[in-house]
Design a protein around this ligand. Structure first.
Ligand code: PEP
Ligand code: CO
Length: 544
C-alpha cells in the first residue's frame, strides 16, 4: 500500500484522535494516561474528545469520558479509503473532508439538537416506555429494515412514503389501543435507520466478490466496486435525510393527520378491498360512534389534544458509533448526563451486544430509552449482566428486551429468560421481534420470511408471557406502507412468484401494509385475552 493511502486509510474509531496533535502538551498526555488507567482502557487508548479542560476535576472527567469512551474492540469498524479528515465532536459539529472535496470547504453536519430538536423527546423522564414496562401500555415499534437515500420504497424523505407508513402505523396503533384498552407507545424505525450490521463482511454474486452493503450511511447497495466503498460524506447525507424525514413526520403527526376523527382516512387505496380493511372499517365505525357518543354527552372533543394528534417517537440501531457520538450532547439542566439526539430510542443489535464492547459502552452512557436485541445465542447470565450495565437504577422503561429467537426457539428459550429477569427483580419491557429469527431463502433465491412463522412467534411470545404472569409489552416489526411482496403468506397468499416485481427492500424482507394490519388484529386478540386474565376494574364513570 502506498504511503499516502496508508495515511488516509484510517479506522473510524481512530480518526477522532485529536490528542495526538503537535500542540499537545505534557500535562494533557499525563492526564490522558491517568484517565485511561482509571477507566481500565488499553494504554494506547485515545479519546474521542480532546482532553482540553485541564481544570475540570478529575472525577468529573472520569465520569464524562466513561460515557464518551469508544473502545477499539468495536464490532464494527469502517475503512474509509477516501477520507482525508473526519472529526467528531460530541455535541458539536461533525466535519467530514474527503479526497473528492479536499479543495472545497469542509462540510458540516450541523448542530445536533438544532435540526433534530429531539432533545426533549429523548430525555423525557420517565420515558413513555416506563408505563408499558409496568404493564400499562403496549409498545409498537416498526419500520424499514434499512432506510435508503434512493430506493423509492424505503426512501422516507418522500412525503408519500412517510404518509403511507404513518397511515398503516396509525391503523395498527388504533386496532391495538381499542382491543387492548391500553395506550400504545408508537416508535418508528425511521429518520435514522441507515446502518446495517452484516453476518458476512463480503457478498458474492456471479463469481465476483465485494464488501457487503452496510447501510446507506456507510456504502451503496449497488453491486459495484464504487458503491461498496465506504464513503464518509454519506454520514452528512444520512443526517440530512433523517432531519427531513423527521420534519415531515412532525408535520403529519401534529398537523391534523393523526386526528382520531380521520380514522377512516388512514386506509390505503390498495388495502381497501382486503379482508383486513372490512375488519378495520367495522372498528372505525365503533370508534366514530364512541366519539359521537362522547360529544353528545357534552365532551368537547376539540379541546382534547390527545384525540387530535399523537406522540410519535423515532428509533434506530446505534451501530455507527462515530455518527451517534457526534449527535450526543450533554443535558445542560443535568450536567454529567448525556443524550443522543439522533433518535428517541436506540437499540443494540444482536451482533454488537458483547458486554465489554463499544456499543454497550456507548449506550450505557446516554440517557435515551434503550433496546437490546436478544437472539438465540443470548445466554441468560449475559442478559442479566447487560441489564445491570444498561439499567443500573432498574428504572422502568429505560430498557426494552427485544426478543428475536425465531418461531422454533422462542417457546424453549423465552421462559428461562423471563424467569431469570423476574428472579433478579429487574424491570424490563418485553418486546417481540418476530422478523429476525424467521428469515429463510426462497426457492428463487430471495431472502424472505413466511408470515405463518411470524404469526407463530408472536403467538408463542404472548402465550409464554401469559403462562409466566408477565406482560408481553411490545412488538418490533420490519414493515412498510407500500404494497411490496417480500414476506410470503398473509391473507393474499404472497408467493415467490410475486417477488419478481414487488421485492424492493435494500436489506431484510418487510411486511407490507396488509400483512402489517393483519398482524395488528391478531395481536389485538392476544392482548385482549391477556387483559381478560388480569382484568382491573375501570375507573367509575360519573355524570351519565
Ligand atoms: C435489524 O433489526 O435490522 C437487525 C439487524 O436485527 P438483529 O440485530 O436482531 O439481527
Ligand atoms: Co433487519
Amino acid at each position: 500500500m502506498r504511503r499516502r493511502e496508508a495515511r488516509t486509510k484510517i479506522r473510524d474509531s481512530v480518526l477522532v484522535d485529536e490528542v495526538r496533535q503537535s500542540t499537545v502538551d505534557v500535562a494533557l498526555e499525563r492526564k490522558r494516561r491517568k484517565l485511561v488507567a482509571a477507566l481500565g482502557l488499553p494504554a494506547n487508548f485515545r479519546f474521542v474528545n480532546p482532553i482540553r479542560r485541564l481544570r475540570t476535576p478529575f472525577a468529573e472527567l472520569v465520569k464524562r469520558e466513561r460515557i464518551q469512551a469508544v473502545r477499539f474492540k468495536t464490532g464494527i469498524s469502517v475503512d474509509y479509503p477516501d477520507l482525508v479528515q473526519m472529526r467528531h465532536r460530541a455535541g458539536k459539529n461533525v466535519v467530514v473532508e474527503t479526497r473528492s472535496d479536499h479543495q472545497q470547504s469542509k462540510r458540516r453536519m450541523g448542530q445536533p439538537g438544532h435540526d433534530f430538536a429531539l432533545f426533549g423527546a429523548a430525555r423525557q423522564h420517565p420515558a413513555p416506555q416506563g408505563k408499558v414496562a409496568m404493564g400499562e401500555g403496549f409498545l409498537l415499534q416498526g419500520g424499514d429494515c434499512a432506510e435508503s437515500f434512493s430506493e423509492p420504497s424505503a426512501n422516507n424523505v418522500s412525503a408519500n412514503n412517510i404518509r403511507d407508513f404513518l397511515r398503516v402505523f396509525l391503523q395498527m396503533a388504533v386496532v391495538l389501543t381499542y382491543a387492548a384498552a391500553l395506550p400504545v407507545v408508537k416508535v418508528g424505525r425511521i429518520a435514522g435507520q441507515f446502518a446495517k450490521p452484516r453476518t458476512s463482511p463480503m457478498e458474492k454474486k456471479d463469481g465476483k466478490e465485494l464488501p457487503s452493503y452496510r447501510g446507506d450511511v456507510i456504502n451503496g447497495v449497488e453491486f459495484t466496486d464504487d458503491a461498496r466503498r465506504p464513503e464518509p460524506a454519506r454520514q452528512i447525507e444520512a443526517y440530512r435525510h433523517s432531519a427531513a424525514t423527521l420534519n415531515l413526520l412532525r408535520a403529519f403527526v401534529h398537523g391534523g393527520y393523526a386526528n382520531l376523527a380521520n380514522v377512516r382516512e388512514w386506509t390505503l387505496g390498495f388495502v381497501k378491498d382486503s379482508p383486513q380493511s372490512h375488519h378495520y372499517e367495522e372498528l372505525a365505525d365503533r370508534i366514530s360512534e364512541a366519539l359521537g357518543f362522547m360529544q353528545a354527552c357534552g365532551l368537547d372533543l376539540e379541546s382534547h389534544p390527545e384525540l387530535k394528534s399523537t406522540e410519535f417517537y423515532t428509533s434506530h440501531e446505534a451501530l455507527l458509533l462515530g455518527y451517534e457520538q457526534a449527535m450526543t450532547r450533554e443535558d445542560s439542566t443535568r450536567p454529567g448526563t448525556f443524550c443522543c439526539t439522533s433518535a428517541h430510542m436506540l437499540w443494540i443489535g444482536d451482533r454488537t451486544r458483547q458486554v465489554d464492547h463499544a456499543h454497550v459502552e456507548f449506550c450505557r452512557g446516554i440517557m435515551n430509552p434503550l433496546g437490546l436485541k436478544c437472539g438465540p445465542s443470548s445466554k441468560v447470565d449475559e442478559i442479566l449482566r447487560l441489564i445491570d450495565i444498561l439499567n443500573p437504577e432498574n428504572e422502568p422503561g429505560r430498557l426494552t428486551l427485544i426478543v428475536r429467537l425465531g418461531s422454533e426457539k422462542v417457546g424453549d428459550q423465552l421462559p428461562a429468560m423471563i424467569r431469570a429477569v423476574k428472579r433478579e427483580g429487574k424491570v424490563v419491557l418485553w418486546s417481540c421481534d418476530p422478523m429476525h429469527g424467521n428469515t429463510i431463502t426462497s426457492e428463487t433465491g430471495y431472502k424472505t420470511r413466511p408470515f405463518d412463522r411470524i404469526l407463530s412467534e408472536v403467538k408463542t411470545f404472548f402465550a409464554v408471557h401469559r403462562a409466566e404472569g408477565t406482560h408481553g409489552g411490545g412488538v418490533h416489526l420490519e414493515m412498510t406502507g407500500q404494497n411490496v411482496a417480500e414476506c410470503t403468506g398473509g391473507a393474499r397468499m404472497i408467493t415467490d412468484a410475486d417477488f419478481k416485481d414487488r421485492y424492493h427492500t435494500v436489506c431484510d424482507p418487510r411486511l407490507n401494509a396488509e400483512q402489517a394490519i393483519e398482524l395488528a388484529f391478531l395481536m389485538a386478540d392476544l392482548l385482549k385475552a391477556e387483559r381478560a386474565t388480569r382484568a382491573k376494574p375501570l375507573p367509575a364513570v360519573s355524570g351519565l
